[in-house]
Design a protein around this ligand. Structure first.
Ligand SMILES: Nc1ncnc2c1ncn2[C@@H]1O[C@H](COP(=O)(O)OP(=O)(O)OP(=O)(O)O)[C@@H](O)[C@H]1O
Length: 223
């Protein structure tokens, strides 16, 4: 359950006058439950890409525990991410034609960060717990709320110390969105992973222990 330290982070894209994201100092405690919020274009996805190692950090320090992502090349970042982070996206990113269980196992077959038998056992446990009673069902036949729960089971089957979710409830109706929010909070309380959720959902924001508000790539002071 690593803590996150950011120092002097500055991410720029060609054609933009100001940095897309500039964070002089940010510390998140191990096991923190953090909402990341802000208007469209404020830098949420840029933040997620930087702290998950999806994007290379060229200026500044992004350290999870003892690992400074800015110092790792792409292959090492990919390996670190597979072993350390579960990612949940708005549009689930599930593979149609594969069963719920095969979707859960796919990243573990590829990364081998964890023995496959362990990922399978944990995946079965999580799918059962999430009410996905037919793990052999093809994912495209599930409801959207069920699809998101399969995506969460996939993210957690490797027992990561960090879970990062990008708008996990945005494409769900209010009821399924609330259920997914409940699930994320319940699981983080049980397992203690550090949770970062980018969201516009005020109900979910209100239930997190800390709220980071981005505007034009900068963090607003916290209350
Ligand atoms: N690869 C890129 N090249 C140029 N500009 C980019 C690139 N990626 C992001 N930006 C710009 O950086 C800023 C922050 O974008 P980002 O996607 O992080 O915002 P966001 O808060 O996630 O928005 P949304 O809620 O709409 O997803 C925006 O002005 C965006 O246009």
């Amino acid at each position: 359950m690593p803590a996150l330290s950011i120092r002097d982070l500055d991410i720029r894209f060609p054609g933009l006058d100001a940095p897309a994201l500039a964070i002089p100092v940010l510390d998140l405690a191990a096991g923190a439950r953090v909402a990341l919020t802000g208007a469209s274009g404020s830098g949420k996805t840029t933040f997620i890409n930087a702290v998950s190692g999806l994007e290379r950090v060229r200026q500044g320090l992004v350290r999870w525990g003892e690992t400074d992502l800015a110092k790792l090349g792409e292959a090492k970042r990919d390996r670190w991410r597979a072993a350390s982070i579960g990612l949940v996206m708005q549009d689930f990113h599930l593979f149609p034609g594969l069963s719920a269980m095969d979707n859960v196992l796919l990243p573990h077959r590829l990364s081998r960060a964890l023995p496959l038998a362990e990922a399978r056992a944990e995946g079965e446990r999580l799918l059962g717990r999430f009410g996905i009673s037919r793990p052999a069902q093809r994912v495209e036949t599930l409801s959207r709320g069920q699809m998101q729960r399969v995506a969460i089971a996939r993210a957690l089957a490797g027992r990561p110390g960090i879970l990062i979710a990008d708008e996990p409830t945005a494409s769900l109706d209010a009821e399924s969105g609330a259920a997914v929010g409940d699930l994320l909070l319940e699981l983080s309380a049980e397992t203690g992973f550090t949770l970062i959720v980018a969201t516009h959902d005020p109900h979910l924001v209100a239930r997190m222990s800390r709220v980071l508000r981005l505007a034009n790539g900068q963090l607003a002071p916290e209350h």
